[in-house]
Design a protein around this ligand. Structure first.
Ligand code: ADP
Ligand code: GLC
Length: 493
């Protein structure tokens, strides 16, 4: 493959270290570094949310003009710094009216009403930024609905500046498509002829992701299994046929792990570091979690953790149905997350009544690391999961995942096989409470009755390596393919 240096603009609505609500931020903070390591020139752009401290950033002198239809040109500030432990520049689009509020997409009252304007503005600002920096990208890499207008903007409103650039749209979660009133066609300024059932129109409104899928030169999603699943009614959220029609440009590329951050041998956020050759630190981490959640401090009890958004996707309905049954086993369970109000209340009530259950409602990066390190098993019974990062982090911490076989969970977790002593976790298939219950029961039995098998499995898990370098090479192959440089063949991904 040619080692030609490509210029890439990576646009994301969140980037770890600056603003994060989920895995998209982890990807946006790590993948660009791996692409840079391959020798490419990549820059990242994101909004400057209120929570991002400007005093830590460098301000660029010139303001950025962003055309917004009838609103005329709006003027944004631009700040910059680099991604942690790298030389990848990150640019922040600063516009008080859209981003100067707490919350990235919503607050306690729900989604922001002007989300369409906010992210169309951001998408256009990302393109204007390239012009301002005299950065002529070969590839513009957009992510999720927030930046899904970019592929068409490049071909219409901004065609003079991006005539030779190609676009990639990565779908991290098909559930969120960016559905808005059709009048936002005027804000996009791409022409109403693109408002039709093959492009942006869906049920009499605009669907940004749908249009992005149509216009991107390549569409990727974050695991191979999910790339298949989203072409079916069960996982397609109404877009299955549209995606199927574009499957010739769809690729599944599994996310990697930033092992500078998620690794018990270097993790400064956990009680004691450890690794395969000396696991004593893991026990210290277990005690730390037991103390943190006011659980009985005991070595020989399976401690099961959950970290994630409390939304249906993550299988919290399944957990809620069986939680009391699970807690009747001799186990301890801890959960960190926040989201749907019923779940915050429901699990709060369980925590009040059950001494072997601990709950932290909220967002805490430090506690997420401590749970990964201190638990024996990690619960992820998702109804769907495009990739899922926590189960992969868990492997590195020797915390065996208990997962439902869907999307990236199915691609990364190999079910324990008692006869061949094979596998790195426990898997179930039906999205049914009994399936979850009996799989946890099975894992708990192995924990108590076959310590050697459990320990071997932990070792196998810790030895696995999900490298961003490999993922970056796959993205590079897609970039080369759509640029059609040197007749690059279609990558098999
Ligand atoms: P998703 O992006 O669907 O939320 P992922 O598994 O890809 O799921 O990524 C979730 C990321 O967000 C992980 O890094 C996880 O540790 C983190 N995370 C989720 N909820 C919380 C929370 N309440 N506190 C801290 N980190 C969280
Ligand atoms: C999404 C998905 C998750 C994935 C993450 C990063 O939020 O829900 O499965 O790991 O994006 O790609």
């Amino acid at each position: 493959m040619s080692q030609e240096k490509l210029k890439v603009l990576f646009a994301a609505s969140e980037v770890v270290g600056f603003a994060k609500t989920g895995g998209l931020a982890d990807v946006a903070g790590a993948l660009p570094k791996a692409i840079k390591k391959l020798g490419h020139d990549i820059i990242v752009v994101m909004p400057r949310y209120y929570q991002i401290d400007k005093s830590q950033l460098t301000k660029l002198e010139a303001p950025l003009g962003v055309p917004m239809g009838a609103m005329g040109e709006l003027w944004a500030g631009v700040y910059t710094t680099t991604l942690a432990q790298s030389e990848v520049p990150v640019y922040f689009i600063d516009y008080e009216r859209y981003f100067g509020r707490s919350g990235l997409y919503d607050d306690h009252e729900g989604s922001f009403e002007d989300n369409a304007n906010r992210f169309i503005f951001f998408s256009k600002a990302a393109l204007q930024l390239c012009k301002m920096l005299h950065f002529t990208p070969d590839i513009i890499h957009a992510n999720d609905w927030h930046t899904a207008a970019i592929p068409l903007l490049m071909k219409t409103r901004f065609v003079h500046d991006f005539a030779f650039a190609k676009s990639v749209l990565t779908i991290h979660n098909l559930q969120h498509q960016g559905n808005f009133h059709k009048n936002i066609m005027d804000v996009m300024e791409v022409g109403w002829d693109h408002y039709n059932s093959h492009e942006f129109e869906s049920m009499n409104s605009v669907n940004l992701l749908k249009g992005g899928i149509m216009h991107a030169d390549a569409v990727t999603t974050v695991s191979k299994k999910y790339a298949q699943e989203i072409q079916t009614p069960e996982f397609g959220f109404g877009l299955q046929d549209h995606i199927g029609a574009h499957s010739d440009k769809l690729f599944g590329i599994l996310n990697g792990v930033d092992y500078d951050e998620w690794n018990p041998s270097v993790d400064n956020l956990i009680a004691k570091k450890y690794d395969i050759d000396d696991m004593s630190g893991k026990l210290e981490c277990k005690r730390d979690i037991q103390r943190h959640f006011n659980l009985e401090v005991r070595e020989n009890v399976p401690l099961i953790g959950f970290v994630g958004r409390f939304v249906e996707q993550k299988g919290i309905g399944l957990i809620a149905t069986v939680i009391n049954g699970l807690l009747d086993m001799d186990v301890q369970i801890v959960m960190l997350g926040a989201g749907e109000k019923w779940a915050d209340g429901f699990f709060g009530n369980v925590a009040y009544h059950r001494p072997n259950f601990g709950l932290h409602v909220g967002y805490s990066d430090g506690l997420a690391h401590k749970i990964e390190a201190g638990c024996d098993m990690f619960l992820m019974p998702s109804l769907f999961e495009p990739c899922g990062l926590n189960q992969i982090y868990s492997l590195r911490y020797g915390t065996l995942p208990i997962v439902r076989a869907t999307g990236g969970l199915d691609d990364t977790i190999v079910n324990f096989d008692e006869h061949h002593q094979h596998g790195n976790g426990f898997k179930f298939y039906d999205a049914a409470p009994e399936a979850l219950y009996y799989t946890v029961l099975w894992a708990v039995e192995i924990y108590y009755k076959d310590k050697a098998a459990f320990k071997d499995m932990q070792e196998r898990a810790m030895k696995e390596h999900f490298s961003w370098d490999d993922s970056a090479k796959s993205y590079e192959a897609v970039y080369q393919y759509i640029l059609n440089r040197h007749n690059t063949p279609k990558p098999i991904l």
